[in-house]
Design a protein. Structure first.
Length: 243
């Protein structure tokens, strides 16, 4: 996958994008990330990339010209740009399904904003607008890092075990079940016997039930549209009697 990032602060990506799984993915040729400082493309003598909004108002807006020219340069290198993503509070909220969708792309380009907002004409070059949630960050860089991390880990051969991503919270529509490792008894807290039984059918059943229990207790909203089985419904009735 090719990822391009347009940012006024490219140094922010040095550590996070070159460490851990993302760093290894780049080392292994699965991923390539290029960060472009779109200030380099301004035609303004003072290298300004922002200006006051027409009609008045507080704050400054990013100008269209530097971003348009930076996008042109990226797309000259990569004629098939894939999705061009604007980080914006008005965008659709990012979640696991969006990460899975982005992981199918060969090329992603992120535009990281700053100041009060964007010249509206920038949106004509955008395919997707994404928001992390109902809060405001100082810029789009941190949001871009989160989206890249959640997306890249879904690419084949990025995680040590590709099945790890399949069972993640939200990937199945439920929160992930509790997990344990050695020792089996730590300070009197014991691993559930079923997990050491070797009975894979019983283990799978326990995991499903506990995944459903955790979702019911912590994120019941996820169950509103979840396709429940008859057994799931029986367990939910059991959980409700235990409250």
């Amino acid at each position: 996958m090719q990822i391009d990032i347009l940012s006024l602060f490219p140094e922010m990506f040095d550590g996070p994008m070159n460490s851990s799984m993302i760093g290894k993915a780049q080392e292994n040729g699965i991923l390539n990330i290029d960060v472009t400082d779109f200030r380099d493309y301004t035609t303004n003598k003072q290298h300004h990339v922002d200006d006051t909004p027409y009609g008045g108002g507080a704050g400054m807006l990013l100008q269209a010209q530097p971003i348009f020219d930076a996008l042109d340069a990226v797309q000259e290198k990569h004629p098939e740009p894939g999705k061009v993503i604007l980080l914006d509070p008005a965008g659709r909220q990012f979640n696991q399904k969006v990460a899975e969708e982005l992981a199918q792309e060969k090329h992603l380009t992120f535009i990281c904003g700053h100041y009060e907002g964007y010249d509206e004409r920038i949106r004509t070059r955008v395919t997707d607008e994404i928001s992390l949630g109902d809060y405001v960050l100082t810029g789009g860089e941190l949001a871009t890092m989160v989206i890249i991390d959640a997306t890249v880990r879904l690419l084949p051969n990025v995680l040590g075990n590709d099945e790890s991503a399949v069972g993640d919270s939200f990937s199945t529509g439920l929160l992930e079940y509790p997990q344990y490792t050695r020792p089996a008894d730590f300070r009197g807290m014991k691993v559930p016997e079923v997990l050491t039984s070797g009975n894979h059918q019983k283990i799978a059943e326990w995991r499903r039930k506990e995944s459903l229990r955790r979702t019911f207790e912590r994120r019941p909203d996820l169950l509103e549209d979840f396709p429940l089985t008859d057994q799931d419904r029986k367990w939910l009735r059991e959980f409700k009697t235990q409250k």
